[in-house]
Write a protein that binds this ligand. Sequence first.
Ligand code: EPU
Length: 416
Amino acid sequence: MPKIKVEGGYKLSGDVKISGAKNSAVALIPAALLSKNESTIYNIPHIRDIDYLIEILKLLNCEVEVIEDTLKINTKNLKNKPIPDTLSKEMRASYYFMGALLARFKKVEICFPGGCNIGNRPIDQHIKGFEALGATVTQKKSTFLIKAKQLKGAKIYLDIPSVGATINIMIAATMAKGKTVIENAAKEPEIVNIASFLINMGAKIKGAGTDKIVIEGAEELDNGIVEVCPDRIEAGTYLIIGSLLGKDLNINNIIVDHLAMLLSKLKEAGVEFKINKDKITINKARKLKPTNIKTLSYPGFPTDLQQPFTTLLTQAEGTSIIEETIYESRFRNTEYLNKMGANTYIDKNKLTIKGKTKLYGSEVVATDLRAGASLLIAALIAKGTTTIDNIEFILRGYEDVINKLKQIGAKIELIP
Ligand code: EPU
């Protein structure tokens, strides 16, 4: 299994181009099944999750063409087939095939989705939504069979503003008869991205990006074109790197509004940056101040940046507290941060970080995607050499991360 080796302590400068958002792309690809023709998705990130989704598209008899970062999907010969766990367990987002195949065929058979081990991660809100639309859902071991004679519009109140459930129900409702209203919907920018794709195909969706989404069902949808929005979590990760090591580091191709909460917390921590349209130039903070964080759904502080931000806070002078409200097992990075010299401890869903502590190169393991990012940042600032194991988690979510870091001056390599 390859590892990543990093020699820490180098200043980073130059340009980083942010890729298309993983969490948008992984929903746009299954959503393309709603078109009875061809869809084009621009700005696709080249990450492992996308490769698995393309394999599922091929299993379903889609024609798929990848030209650089453009993905063309033709569904003319689409066939409904059970999606085996060998493919679905590779990533969480395989559950979007539930909504998409249910919309097209009124029937779907799929194994329970996989994804990072960061907590319990039930899909009861997705199921509740499908049932409200008229489907019956049966589960045998880890396989779900979801069937409907006809999907009918419904009013659905989500108990939690779940990103996945909002997107999955929106996808299914797009081809239901009549009007669907999703209340307490998630408001993440990725949801707006998926809705614009469906609208481009001819769907009638209003309110995406607010907590009430109204969908008027359509019988058929035509060609769709969309560009994947910039990855706010990748951008946030590089902004955190820039706060620790930047020397006029430019983070390009971002939507600044999507990063509002992170930017306000970076400011609170004493980080200085300059915004210029879709670019932020960032420098190493002279002195980092302790900062408290509570993860919340958008527009609150994103749980996906909590672990990278923890590494930043190990360098702040004083005590910071992080409260994780979305996932119960998202502090697994701290065992390795402590091994590198950090002083953190967990009490239920709160993490206390006492800084500032010097970090030293060590052998560490990425236990999930953002834990991997947290350790990669730690490795970049540590004294000496760090080897990161289990890097497939990192490669799942960060496009071309080794080259992007090398190009700005990091001493980083893949070791076979
Ligand atoms: N939840 C339920 N029932 C449900 C659905 C969710 O209880 O039916 C709970 C979850 O257990 C969690 C909370 O609701 O405690 C939020 O979950 P959500 O459904 O919003 O998350 P998700 O759709 O499973 C996506 C991203 C995650 C990201 C979250 C939150 C994808 C493929 N994944 O997950 O991304 O953390 O939204 O923003 O889009 C990552 O990129 O590292 C990652 C884990």
